[in-house]
Design a protein around this ligand. Sequence first.
Ligand code: ATP
Ligand code: FE
Length: 331
Amino acid sequence: KLVLGIETSCDDTAAAVVDETGNVLGEAIHSQTEVHLKTGGIVPPVAQQLHRENIQRIVQEAVSASKVSPSELSAIATTIKPGLALSLGVGLSFSLQLVHQLKKPFIPIHHMEAHALTIRLLNKVEFPFLVLLISGGHCLLALVRGVSDFLLLGKSLDIAPGDMLDKVARRLSLIKHPECSTMSGGKAIEHLAKQGNKLHFDIKPPMQRAKNSKNCDFSFSGLQHVIDKIIMQKEKEEGIQKGQILSSAAHIAAAVQHTIACHIAKRTHRAILFCKQRHLLSQSNAVLVVSGGVASNLYIRKALEIVTNATQCTLLCPPPRLCTDNGIMIA
Ligand code: ATP
Ligand code: FE
């Protein structure tokens, strides 16, 4: 069986052909990151237009790379939610046209479920396992009990960690930094953090109060406001204008990354303990899968490693190209 997967939920136009054993026969992707970096965020109608311009070529490239003819496909799978409505619409209408033309079955795909299950292309991970999805648009912890059986344990009450890192990077004007000009916000923060002292500022991790400790939810917007205030104060102290690079930018990057890592690690620790206590996860060989663009951050991964080592869990992380949006996970 051969499945064509199509993904257009956000800012990547992606397609892939995968066989029933998980072999990737062909893949293509067009990223809009550079365009959105210039506007300082995704403008939905612009994303929609770029999807429209690229979808036919990307699907054609994936199918020709797979060396199968369209008539040999067994089904067409497409992301239907969640995501930007305008972006999702382009992939969906293109797929439905193709489904009609080729007379193939259509498989609607939940984007987050696809992210959660991607690891099974690479490792023989048995159900149930725990998944942490941390990206620019999402932040959630879920117990994966089967291909379509998920128990949501926690989610961000406000923005996602990648979104927060992108906002801080923009506020620090890292796009003008000679070493970071082509990097996403999160990657720029990770790069700069290596040159800073994470304890230079005294920042409290989010959700420290007792009433917040009773669940596995996340919050990042309060932390973002704290960082904004620090940046404003430093701009005053250093006598520089908004838009110029602070001399303390590296310390700020290190502190943000450290605080986010602590918060994510603590909530994940809580979820592991909860699942083990209730016998929802194996006591001796539980697995934590971490995916999403923010999962490529090595400092955050280290923090998660400390948690999994302390709780006798195995930490698994798909490679970056499978952590971010792609057609393979949809197929
Ligand atoms: P979603 O997949 O939830 O729809 P998205 O398309 O924004 O949203 P991804 O493509 O998975 O998500 O990830 C992009 C996000 O990951 C951006 O916010 C980016 O800043 C962040 N990111 C990328 N590299 C790193 C890194 N090394 N450290 C931290 N964050 C990173
Ligand atoms: Fe995604």
